[in-house]
Write a protein that binds this ligand. Structure first.
Ligand SMILES: *[C@@H]1O[C@H](CO)[C@@H](O)[C@H](O)[C@H]1NC(C)=O
Ligand SMILES: *[C@@H]1O[C@H](CO)[C@@H](O)[C@H](O)[C@H]1NC(C)=O
Length: 873
């Protein structure tokens, strides 16, 4: 039931594009949970016995056993699969080739079978799903059949694998590997010689592949990133399978008899690379419910080696590790990257960006978060469209997210590049299996047409010009004007120069051009964000219908909008021309254009037409965290869920503080700025007050923030540091624990301000009485203790005493782990504290400094009216 809901949610939400990590999570969530049981049951030791396993050594009179133990059947044993009685076998005693990579399959190439007419192998498929098709070709010397001159095609029932293939190079072994989804019990492989030619084959493998190997979805790398569906419908051809930082892995050492090449020939920046390896047995495979990696995805030996950046502490670590492979243009490719953090000593030390052909496809990939442990296998699938492949190459890059961080590094453990079948269901050309041409005919015809028309115009204009010139030569004005004949061209040029320079000035220094005015300079592409026309947004919101208002934010109302393609967005429209609104608009636009993270709300685009300021976000359907805590009749969230949400928000803030290229202070952390998506994943929102810290660790600024969340030290000193966010986050933690407003003027004065009150309650050991009564008896007391101690530390008077966001994250994870380890303890906090005083189990470090001053400031709104540089929200 829950699965169904999630699936339904997915369908809706996936019209949304850019939140790629979120997407990834979902991507694997459903399929993996569905097959999880089957994996643990039937392949408990992760060995895989293919239910379909046809191995044929064509042209051989005997069985052939390879070093890895696999036995290939002889021709005689496999004639029943063949549609022909023709029996032409070719063999050599032994292959003696120079420059051969030590192929462990060498014996298979020593014999071949020749077909002079169309020939079909037909196999019975006991279990449907993906099949490996592996074909071995080598043109053996033969007096009758010159194999290196043969031309032929190879088809399956639906796909063209090879079209007019010929192997003229008789020095190299050719191995082709495909992955095809089969949904019938009968599967055929056809060899079709070209007219007057013949076909040959040395060996065939038809072997079932595990279901978990490739899902239907991946991340499509065409900015903006979106979900790609339909991998099941395309045939895949393995172009490259690379073990990064390690040796070649032969079929005998791979669970699925795959071959993995070394990355050395493809690494285009070896001087920046260092190979790292750990013992294979250290590699763990993820068992979480939302993501499964087993040795079937890739064996330990792939994950146990990687390439990392050359001593990133010493060198200027501002480069990417890069690999380049040659591919065929006009095809899309599935690219799988394998990651496993074998380089960090602790969790949360490694963040890096991932690029494909220069397109950023993951910003700040956080393996600690994805796998929850070090040395744990992880992979990601991307589809790169043919339009993003130029020069016939794919460049895979990983690079540091932030070179100012004290440790910046990036790793890659392996990658696979798989060609995807095209619209003609072909992996080789544009002819489908029935020989029909399904290529881009229309466009070429059109282009020809355009070219013809263009050419005719050119000819006609030339003729006309010629006629005019002749007439003009004959006219009496000719002599005076002749010297200026070409001068008419000049103004055009100079005009162009002038306008270009104006243009570039405008782009270089928008401020000087527009002075104090508020016109926003938008370069054609602001990150990958879109520019919307106001009219589109009017249409999306029913002309900003009041009924569509989702909430009122710092700088205007937020509306629910539905775009023309059905996608739902949140549209924030700036109110009027207030100076603060304008600044916040620009700040938020600038911040969000640079940031992308699973736990930050993502900006789809913006509009600054007709002095309107509108920001368009992904719609986060479950709204603000606060409304799930109190003040509405939404059923209360469990303690686990609350912890998960706090962890998510903390991750978002941690990314702001450390992960982005510059350190960012949010300045308005509160439960209404933490939004929850349809799966209750936290998204930090509202960057209108955020500040970027460039070099100094603190900045002096007018105090801004929200009542009840404001850091008292910042308030007094006006020195902004990241620790101000920590304070506000501490208030959030207690709001989560106690489920009450941070300022509640109806309560007695000493209780009105949540932050002050909880600190006092904690000191006197009475805090447990303030816990949200709806969940108090489900909280594990140990988890509670960790949480409360963290919260109190965040609220420390002096910012130096407060933890960093990384510590906050660690402690929250800890509290979460305790809670999920024993969620149904009898010993919940209400019982634990029934007799004992809470302070008995709290080793509280009490705070010497009096909080009275802060108390007065935060609990009495009158005080604020006298402080004029405070802008509360
Ligand atoms: C498998 O790996 C081991 C050690 O890594 C190596 O000695 C052995 O030759 C490999 N086997 C095959 C069949 O490649
Ligand atoms: C890494 O590569 C990407 C894409 O090619 C590029 O945008 C980025 O600037 C590079 N980073 C560094 C540090 O060179």
């Amino acid at each position: 039931m829950e699965e169904e809901n999630k699936e339904a949610n997915m369908k809706h939400s996936y019209n949304f594009s850019p939140l790629f990590i979120l997407l990834l999570l979902h991507l694997f969530f459903i399929p993996s949970t569905c097959v999880y049981n089957s994996i643990t049951d039937s392949y408990s030791d992760y060995s895989f016995t293919p239910s379909v396993n046809y191995l044929i050594d064509c042209g051989s009179s005997f069985k052939t056993q390879l070093q890895d133990g696999r036995i290939f059947k002889s021709d005689r044993e496999t004639t029943s699969f063949l549609s022909t009685t023709e029996d032409i076998q070719i063999s050599v005693d032994s292959l003696n080739l120079m420059n051969l990579s030590h192929s462990s399959a060498l014996p298979l190439y020593e014999t071949a079978r020749v077909f002079t007419e169309d020939t079909t192998y037909t196999f019975y498929i006991s279990q449907m799903g993906r099949l490996w098709i592996r074909l071995y070709f080598f043109p053996l010397p033969n007096p009758t059949y010159n194999l290196s001159s043969s031309v032929f095609s190879v088809h399956t029932d639906h796909f063209v694998l090879l079209h007019e293939f010929s192997q003229s190079n008789n020095d190299s072994l050719v191995f082709k590997e495909y992955l095809v989804n089969v949904s019938y019990h009968r599967f055929s492989l056809k060899f079709k010689p070209k007219k007057n030619s013949f076909a040959f084959i040395n060996a065939i493998e038809i072997v079932s592949a595990p279901d978990i190997l490739v899902w239907d979805s991946a991340i499509q790398v065409t900015p903006p990133l979106k979900k790609f569906d339909g991998l099941m419908n395309s045939a895949l051809q393995v172009s490259y399978r690379i073990n990064v930082g390690g040796p070649m892995i032969t079929p005998g050492n791979d669970t699925l008899s795959r071959t993995w090449e070394s990355d050395v020939p493809y690494n285009i920046f070896p001087q920046g690379s260092v190979s790292v390896s750990v013992p294979d047995k250290r590699i763990k495979y993820s068992q979480t419910s939302d993501f499964i990696v087993t040795p079937l995805i890739a064996p330990n030996s792939i994950y146990a080696t990687c390439v990392k950046m050359e001593d990133p502490r010493v060198m200027q670590p501002n480069f990417n590790l890069s690999w380049m492979v040659n591919v065929e243009e006009r095809y899309s490719y599935l690219i799988r990257m394998h990651f496993c953090d074998i380089v960090s000593r602790r969790l949360d030390e490694l963040y890096f960006n991932v690029y494909l052909n220069g397109i950023e496809c993951v910003s700040a990939l956080d393996l600690s978060y994805e796998t929850k442990a070090l040395s744990t296998a992880y992979y990601m699938d991307f589809v790169i469209g043919s339009s993003n492949i130029t020069n016939g190459t794919i460049v895979i890059q990983v690079g540091p997210t932030n070179h100012k961080q004290d440790i910046s590094n990036a790793i890659l453990n392996g990658f696979e590049v798989m060609k995807m079948s095209n619209s003609a269901d072909s992996l080789d050309g544009f002819f489908s299996v029935d020989g029909e041409y399904k290529g881009p005919s229309l466009t070429t015809k059109l282009m020809k047409l355009v070219a013809i028309i263009g050419f005719s115009f050119a000819v006609i204009s030339l003729l006309l010009l010629g006629v005019m010139y002749v007439k003009w030569l004959r006219s009496p004005l000719c002599l005076e004007e002749r010297k200026n004949f070409f001068s008419w061209l000049l103004p055009l040029h100079s005009k162009c120069n002038i306008s270009c320079s104006i243009y570039s000035n405008k782009y270089d220094s928008p401020k000087s051009k527009h002075g104090g005015g508020h016109s926003i300079h938008h370069s054609p592409r602001r990150g990958s964000k879109r520019f919307f026309h106001f009219i589109e947004l009017q249409r999306a919101t029913g002309n900003f219908d009041e009924k569509k208002v989702l909430g009122v934010g710092g700088f205007g109302k937020v509306y629910l909008g539905t775009m023309d393609d059905g996608r739902r967005v949140a549209i924030k429209r700036g109110s009027g021309s207030s100076g603060q609104g304008m600044n916040e608009f620009i700040t938020e636009l600038n911040m969000l254009s640079k940031l992308r993270h699973r736990h930050l709300v993502s900006l789809v685009g913006f509009c600054d037409e007709n002095s309107e300021m509108v920001l368009v976000y992904d719609y986060v359907s479950n709204g603000p965290f606060r409304s799930h805590l109190y003040g509405s009749n939404i059923s209360p969230l469990s303690w686990e869920k609350r912890l998960e949400i706090c962890i998510g928000a903390a991750r978002g803030l941690h990314y702001l503080h450390t992960g982005a290229s510059q350190s960012i202070i949010h300045r308005d952390v509160k439960t209404t700025n933490i939004l929850l998506d349809e799966n209750y994943v936290a998204k930090v929102a509202d960057f209108g007050l955020s500040k970027t810290i460039h070099d100094k660790a603190q900045i002096s600024t007018a105090v801004k923030g929200s009542f009840g969340y404001l850091d008292p030290e910042y308030f007094k000193s006006q020195q902004l540091t990241q620790k101000s966010d920590i304070y506000s986050f501490g208030v959030v933690l207690f709001e989560v624990l106690c489920a009450r407003p941070v300022i509640c003027s109806t309560l007695p004065l000493e209780q009105a301000n949540l932050a002050d009150w909880v600190v006092k309650q904690h000191k006197s050991g009475m805090l447990h009485k303030a816990v949200d009564p709806r969940i108090a008896n489900t909280i594990n007391p140990e988890s509670y203790k960790v949480f409360v101690q963290l919260g109190v530390k965040c609220l420390s008077e002096r910012s130096v005493d407060r933890p960093s966001m990384g510590d906050v994250l660690w402690n929250l994870e800890h509290a979460y782990q305790i809670q999920i380890a024993s969620p149904h303890v009898d010993n919940t906090i209400s019982k634990a504290f029934q007799n004992a005083n809470e302070s008995d189990i709290n080793n509280d470090n009490s705070h010497g400094v009096t909080r009275n001053e802060h108390n007065r400031i935060n609990s009495g709104s009158l005080v604020f009216s006298q402080i004029d540089n405070f802008q509360g929200r």
